[in-house]
Design a protein around this ligand. Structure first.
Ligand code: ZN
Length: 261
């Protein structure tokens, strides 16, 4: 069993719906694959949050917005100060935590479609949004973020862009992309979060048709569960940009990252 197949069975396995030989094969894959164990643990956390703190369904769009607000800062109208503000932050943060967990779980549980790389990119972006510490190294600029990856990765992430006023770089982290480590760069675009994953390209099931221009490379632009994903290969490396920003913003950032004109 490979990672892609194993991940298709993780939810059933946790629900006890996996039996016989399939269960044994999934178990033995998990026993030897750290990437899938981490995936399973992260998904289990979301499932528990959903069961325990359920304020029932809300609009995923509004919740996704609040997740991003949490990560990139307060919306402008939240600044009002009154005599009640001493208690408000605690309440707001508890209520927010619950709605946030539900949104993340809802989005993870939505049907993933048939493209495993697209599903992976969106899930990994959700983990960045969901994480209490999405940024492992704060950005004082790309010159702090890039060297930080040395020793944490078995490749050097090549990116030609160090952030600007339009797309400020928030920081970096190490994540898993399918079965391998990925350098994660977190950018902001107004109140949106954009995640860039850079990883070794070899051995992944890349989409057959890459027609979307990204500098001098060609990529694919797809949408899943409300997020746009722009993926391309350059040299030995694969790149995935994920966000709910307008696709033209994603395109603009991709060209900067790829170093095209
Ligand atoms: Zn695996």
């Amino acid at each position: 069993m490979d990672c892609t197949e194993a991940r298709n069975h993780l939810l059933d396995r946790r629900r006890g719906a996996l039996t016989g030989e399939l269960r044994a094969r999934a178990n033995s894959h998990l026993a030897e694959c750290e990437a899938c164990r981490r995936e399973d643990a992260a998904d289990r956390e979301l499932s528990l949050a959903l069961q325990d703190r359920l304020p029932k369904r809300r609009a995923p769009e509004a919740l996704r917005r609040s997740i991003e607000t949490r990560l990139v800062g307060q919306p402008p109208r939240a600044a009002a100060g009154t005599r009640r503000t001493r208690r408000a932050p605690l309440f707001a943060s508890a209520a927010f935590g619950a709605s946030f967990a539900v949104a993340a779980a809802f989005l993870l549980w939505m049907p993933h479609g048939s493209d495993p790389m697209l599903a992976e990119a969106v899930n990994d972006h959700l983990r960045v949004l969901y994480s209490d510490h999405p940024v492992e190294v704060e950005s004082g600029g790309i010159h702090q973020v890039k060297p930080w990856f040395a020793g944490r990765l078995d490749f050097a992430p090549v990116i030609a862009f160090s952030g600007d006023d339009e797309f400020p770089l928030q920081g970096g982290a190490v994540a898993y992309f399918v079965d391998r480590k990925a350098a994660t760069f977190i950018f902001k675009r107004r109140l949106h979060v954009i995640t860039l994953f850079v990883f070794r390209a070899e051995g992944l099931q890349w989409p057959a048709l890459a027609t979307h221009p990204v500098g001098d490379a060609r990529g694919t632009l797809e949408t899943s569960r409300g997020f746009h994903v722009l993926m391309w290969k350059k040299g030995d490396l694969g790149y995935a940009l994920v966000s709910d920003v307008d696709p033209t913003d994603l395109q603009t950032l991709a060209v900067k990252v790829a170093g095209g004109a």
